[in-house]
Design a protein around this ligand. Structure first.
Ligand SMILES: Nc1ncnc2c1ncn2[C@@H]1O[C@H](COP(=O)(O)OP(=O)(O)OP(=O)(O)O)[C@@H](O)[C@H]1O
Length: 242
């Protein structure tokens, strides 16, 4: 079966900093994959290459077997790739409902009626319905993160890319967010998640990669990857759980 998302000999540098060195990766439909790596390893850059916010120096990215290298963020979003950011980026002056509507209309290309239906359904699922008419800028951090996830889901993704969304939450709040992400996973959406909050990541992903100096130095069962001496050596002295 063709991978839903693949990196083929991907290369990317910023001056002397190499982010990806002939990087290869295949992610199958329905997989939940975590990408770890020390600060500055290039995890966010890899997600940006996947979504189209950045272009590789060389190599290609395939989505459902299609070379999407030349496609914009919007084109990739229409195909089914959505990204939720580390720092939630709602339109603060618009209501929660309007924020989700924009994603459904422009991200998924739905008409007003379809967009309204999916927006209400997703707001209900994420527990945000009581805040639907509130200005998004007034939400608490947890609710802003829920909104960020809801907006990504409103684009009807087949692949959901999560960029450190568990940071800054209490234990209870992160459990809430994890439950929401688990529901998304159970619905069959493929998840690629970069996250420093390890316990959150480990409760969702079944495969973990470690990015270091332009290469994936480990790939496999998350607990085995974390027990790998190569991985512990990299993380020595670096706080990964917090
Ligand atoms: N547009 C850019 N131009 C130049 N350098 C950049 C650019 N974007 C990122 N970098 C550099 O590339 C490196 C990787 O950054 P990136 O944010 O992808 O790492 P990361 O693994 O996500 O880090 P963190 O875990 O701290 O979020 C960093 O040294 C960063 O300063």
């Amino acid at each position: 079966m063709a991978a839903i998302l693949a990196l083929r000999a991907l290369t990317k540098s910023f001056g002397a900093i190499t982010i990806a060195r002939d990087l290869n990766l295949e992610i199958q439909e329905g997989e939940a994959v975590g990408i770890l790596g020390p600060n500055g390893a290039g995890k966010t850059t890899i997600l940006a290459l996947m979504t189209g916010a950045l272009r590789p120096d060389n190599g290609s990215i395939e989505y459902e077997g299609l070379d999407i290298r030349g496609m914009s963020v919007e084109e990739r979003c229409r195909l089914g790739m959505a990204r939720a950011f580390q720092i939630p980026q709602p339109f603060g002056g618009m209501t929660v409902f309007e924020n989700v509507m924009v994603a459904a209309r422009h991200g998924a290309g739905l008409n007003a009626k379809e967009a309204q239906a999916i927006s209400l359904e997703l707001l209900e699922r994420s527990g945000l319905l009581p805040f639907a008419n509130l200005a998004a800028g007034k939400l608490t951090l947890l609710n802003r993160k829920r909104l960020e996830l809801t907006r990504a889901l409103a684009t009807k993704p087949k692949v959901l890319l999560l960029d450190e969304i568990a940071g800054g939450l209490s234990q209870l709040e992160s459990e809430d967010l994890i439950n929401l992400i688990l529901q998304v996973k159970e619905s069959g959406v493929t998840i690629v998640w970069i996250e420093h909050v390890l316990h959150a990541l480990l409760s969702v992903v079944s495969r973990t990669l470690v990015l270091y100096q332009g290469n994936f130095i480990a790939d496999g069962d998350p607990h085995k990857v974390l027990a790998d001496p190569k991985v512990s050596e990299i993380y020595m002295g670096i706080e990964v759980d917090g």
